[in-house]
Design a protein around this ligand. Sequence first.
Ligand SMILES: NC(=O)c1ccc[n+]([C@@H]2O[C@H](COP(=O)([O-])OP(=O)(O)OC[C@H]3O[C@@H](n4cnc5c(N)ncnc54)[C@H](O)[C@@H]3O)[C@@H](O)[C@H]2O)c1
Length: 365
Amino acid sequence: MKKIDSITVRLPYITQKIFIGCDIFDFALREIIAMRYDKLIVVVDSNFYKLIKSNLERCSENKIADIIVISPVKKYKEFNACSEIIQKMVQAKMNRNCCLIAIGGGYVGDITGFVATNYMRGIDFIQIPTTVMSMSDAIIGKVAINFGGIKNLLGSFYSPRYTFCDINLLLTLNKKEIIFGLVEVWKHTLVVNDNSIARKIADYLDGKSYPDIFFDLTKFSLKTKKKIVENDFNDKNGIHKALSLGHTYANYLEQKFNLRHGEAVFYGIILEIILSLHFNTINQDKFNSIKPLIKKFEENIGMLHKIQTLINIEEIINNLKFDKINQGNHFTFVLLTKNGFCVKSNVTSGNLREAFIEFSKFNIL
Ligand SMILES: NC(=O)c1ccc[n+]([C@@H]2O[C@H](COP(=O)([O-])OP(=O)(O)OC[C@H]3O[C@@H](n4cnc5c(N)ncnc54)[C@H](O)[C@@H]3O)[C@@H](O)[C@H]2O)c1
């Protein structure tokens, strides 16, 4: 019998059941086929489809109405990818008792979830995440697509009803993608001040991995996210903003430098840590305790110098006016504190320019 753990996330609009295990992909497909849905449509990106085509063919029965293979290219996290899915759903006469299955990373999850939340005012979707990013961060509480070049402009607070995290699916993921996903796990360690998990990430970056590491890291991230999202599912009472650490700058960096999401979040976190020092929400000792892990990430990602050279603070300030967590004329940032995070809502352009000078001089290696 395979070891399978589960986590239940209780949200006002849905109870989400998450299964985590190793080698549970076929189990997941069998469970899904046996569910009460009239029809299922699978959405998968073309890279990953090649790897699971035969599993899907083995398990698919009449209940799977279609398998939609989408391009993994990032620019397609736009509405045109959604309309392709919607057209196939209409052709398959999908009603409210049908379900979408997203198999892939965060892009597939967001596009599929966005369609599920809108089709006939909302149908169920099920997610089988296949990247560290999606397993640890993109399966609870929200879905979004880009619009007009603005990241995550359209979306809603929505979760899959069931999620199956098969850690073995990560075996085919390349090391860079794993590291980008680990940035989000690191973000979770920072906002809840968990040093033991941060050490496990450092061990992985040092090449000292052990078999269950991704099982442990995924469980930690999902439990952290569960606690935050159950307390503030629609980002209204402040605690949900913890999940935005690094993202205020990251949304700009991702578009400007064509970065992968995890890369952009990494540099976004550095910028927000420097802002935390600027506002004295953390002291130098706390910063020194975080620095070794920043260094290990930078040794693997290696874009700091390019970003310091090409970044334009006036462009950032202009771009930040669209940020979702701003209030009034000032900017809102999630900053680090000694034991976790705080939300600073009266940040001015002047503050950002001053902290930015520190960032341009920042040298970690
Ligand atoms: N909704 C949320 O809460 C949330 C949270 C975090 C990120 N996101 C979104 O997720 C997206 C990034 O997701 P991602 O980092 O998973 O990227 P991704 O979905 O683009 O996947 C990365 C690449 O890995 C390939 N791939 C996926 N799984 C694989 C596997 N197991 N083996 C081999 N190749 C595999 C894909 O084809 C793709 O080329 C961004 O759009 C981001 O905004 C959403």
